[in-house]
Write a protein that binds this ligand. Structure first.
Ligand SMILES: [Fe+2]
Ligand SMILES: [Fe+2]
Length: 170
């Protein structure tokens, strides 16, 4: 899907964000109480996006022979955007940050220089999230989350490549 259409789809998905009882069960199956605190500190739109990312990974039908730690990858998917906390970025704020950063990059850079929290979180949430994960001892997850928006490299672990793919689709 072309990037602008994907953004439009994501915007309308965000407007309809709501967790179901099944989603709640899924979260408690894969995340500990401490990890759930980080998950639920995100805005509900990001909670739903993270769930869609995990469900996309489920659809990849990864088996053990591929050398991918599937459970670890699901946890990374659920936690990959915890650097974005409720209140930092509303739906409209996120749409504005996307516009400023991707359509008018000069405006994004200008806002960041002016100390915009929104632009800062939008651009640096991967590192912010990794720090939160390290703080609760999740060093392995933090390594993947820190790089989920970094340019691809041949040395990237399989889990990181799959997370990027699922994130892109969600
Ligand atoms: Fe992200
Ligand atoms: Fe994401």
């Amino acid at each position: 899907m072309a990037a602008p259409m994907k953004r439009v789809r994501q915007f309308f998905q965000a407007l309809n964000s709501q967790l179901t009882i099944e989603d709640g069960r899924y979260i408690s199956t894969h995340l500990t109480a401490e990890e759930q605190k980080l998950f639920f500190a995100m805005d509900v739109t990001d909670q739903c996006h993270s769930l869609r990312t995990a469900y996309a990974i489920e659809r990849f039908a990864i088996d053990d022979k591929q050398g991918v730690d599937r459970e670890f990858l699901i946890r990374c998917a659920l936690l990959h955007d915890v650097g974005r906390v409720k209140g930092d970025m509303s739906i409209v704020g996120k749409a504005a940050a996307v516009l400023a950063s991707e359509v008018f990059p000069g405006a994004g850079a200008w806002l960041e220089r002016r100390g915009s929290r929104l632009m800062y979180v939008y651009k640096h949430h991967a590192e912010l999230g990794a720090k939160k994960l390290q703080d609760i001892g999740l060093f392995r997850e933090a390594k993947i989350v820190a790089k989920h928006h970094s340019p691809p490299s041949p040395d990237d672990p399989k889990e990181l490549k799959l997370l990027r793919l699922a994130d892109e689709k969600s």
